[in-house]
Design a protein around this ligand. Structure first.
Ligand code: AMP
Ligand code: ZN
Length: 469
């Protein structure tokens, strides 16, 4: 049985989905106005791993994660560059998808865009007004927070404390609110900003309504798991609950999961503090598989401090697993015998204990740190028990178990080895020789092999030049 720490109850609970064998899961995605930083990558890696584990357990997972593509920061960036907001968001969605691929994050079942869902937002806001949970003043629509009695149940905050402690809730320009706790569902257009037509005037939606609408559209009124970074608990997720539950009268999400921060010098990594590395920057120094492995070495609810030492340790750890996987593959291919001996059968059976330990750790609120420890134990076991005298069945059996566990974590065991400069040059020489010998098939083959490895060739008068793409 999988147990999940639920922010709503502050306890670990047995995971029982709404519909047997199926999981409906929503994870708040990034605001796309720049390259994502490695703090943003943490929830992506964490929840992709949760999804992979649920799939490993046989669930069919409907995984929805949005891109927030209308926002003040996007508009600001568009104005700075003198291009439409859409160009900025499209550009960084594409870049984000490249980073996700590098980190081996599976594309969501659906990646909705806020700007394509405006009609749904207008519908939900209209419904909330009709039910008395929202009101319009001068082109702005506010949610009437105190009308939703359970407000504060996720962040475990009490309304009066919130009001006393948080004068800053009164943002300038929002003086016409009935109550400082009320939050914006629709705001009127400003000069030079994208806008949509609505019954309350031209304008654009607030951020919180997006997620309520997109999760309802793609997953239904009730979902199993809702995830995001812990900074989203209040106000974003609290507001999502208020909107969705006021509308449907039903519990919105059953399990609320939040990852802790990725820190640097024990401070949250964030764009506003300027203490961040983009995933792209990290990819110039490390293979992104190392970044994924680094993230999974901590439990998702523990703060994680980014440092070069820890990245080095992750690189070495990953290397250890890969070497073992490669070694087992070599042994399987070069073994003198095929079939398991009775003794080997017992060895292979013994390896099952590590798979069980892995699952036990993952069942316990997705404890990837302990699950990785089980992978290392399996690697040690395989290194001890497989050698040149082993049958191919044993080497293959142990190898597929190592690969299988890594795969659940989204860790790729095959080394993505870059060609060394000398290897590139040797291949180019071979291609030249093949051409001279009129073996054009081989010459073309080498050209495409190099292209696959990101090496571009240019035939010039001075000879062949090459560069890395
Ligand atoms: P944003 O684009 O700021 O809305 O963030 C997208 C996601 O990244 C949200 O789930 C945030 O909670 C999460 N996030 C942002 N910074 C960090 C960080 N330093 N550590 C962990 N998660 C973060
Ligand atoms: Zn959200």
């Amino acid at each position: 049985m999988i147990r999940i720490y639920n922010t709503l109850s502050k306890k670990k609970e047995d995971f029982i989905p709404l519909e047997e064998g199926k999981v409906r899961m929503y994870v708040c995605g990034p605001t796309v106005y720049n390259f994502i930083h490695i703090g943003n990558a943490r929830p992506m890696i964490v929840f992709d791993t949760v999804r992979r584990y649920l799939e490993h357990k046989g669930y069919e997972v409907n995984y929805v994660s949005n891109f927030t593509d209308v926002d003040d920061k996007i508009i600001k960036k568009a104005n700075e560059e003198g291009v439409p907001a859409e160009e900025i968001s499209q550009r960084y969605i594409e870049e984000c998808k490249k980073d996700m691929e590098g980190m081996n994050i599976k594309p969501a079942t659906t990646h909705p865009l806020a700007t394509s869902e405006i009609d749904g937002m207008i519908d939900m806001i209209g419904d909330l007004i009709e039910k008395g949970y929202a009101y319009a003043v001068n082109g702005t629509v506010y949610f009437r927070t105190r009308r939703f009695e359970e407000y504060g149940k996720l962040s475990h905050k009490n309304l009066d404390d919130l009001q006393a402690g948080n004068r800053s809730l009164l943002v300038s320009g929002e003086e016409e609110k009935e109550d400082p706790l009320d939050f914006v569902l629709w705001k009127p257009k400003k000069e030079g900003e994208p806008f949509w037509t609505s019954p309350w005037g031209d304008g654009r939606p607030g951020w919180h309504i997006e997620c309520s609408v997109m999760s309802r559209r793609y997953l239904g009124e009730q979902i199993d798991i809702h995830g995001g970074g812990e900074d989203l608990v209040f106000p974003h997720h609290e507001n999502e609950i208020a909107q969705s539950e006021a509308c449907s009268g039903k519990l919105f999400a059953r399990y609320w999961m939040h990852n802790a921060f990725l820190n640097i010098d024990n401070k949250k990594m964030s764009k506003s503090l300027g203490n961040f590395f983009t995933v792209r920057e990290i990819s110039e120094r490390y293979e992104l598989q190392v970044l994924r492995f680094f993230m999974l070495n901590a439990h998702y609810r523990s703060p994680l401090n980014f440092s070069a030492e820890l990245m080095e340790a992750s690189r070495n750890g990953l290397e250890r697993i890969r070497t073992a996987a490669e070694n087992l593959q070599y042994l399987a291919q070069h073994a003198k015998t095929a079939e398991l001996t009775p003794e080997e059968e017992k060895i292979l059976e013994g390896a099952g204990a590590f798979e069980e330990a892995f699952d036990r750790s993952m069942d316990d609120d997705f404890n990837t740190a302990d699950a990785i420890a089980a992978v290392f134990d399996l690697v040690k076991y395989a290194n001890t028990h497989a050698g040149e005298d082993s049958s191919s069945a044993l080497a293959e059996g142990l190898g597929s178990r190592v690969r299988g566990l890594c795969d659940i974590l989204g860790i790729i065991t095959e080394q993505e080895r870059e060609l060394l400069d000398t290897e590139v040059e040797a291949l180019i020489d071979e291609r030249q020789a093949a051409r001279k010998a009129k073996n054009f098939a081989r010459a073309d083959e080498i050209r495409s092999l190099l292209l696959e490895k990101g090496i571009l060739l240019e035939d010039t008068r001075e000879g062949v030049k090459w560069k890395r793409a």
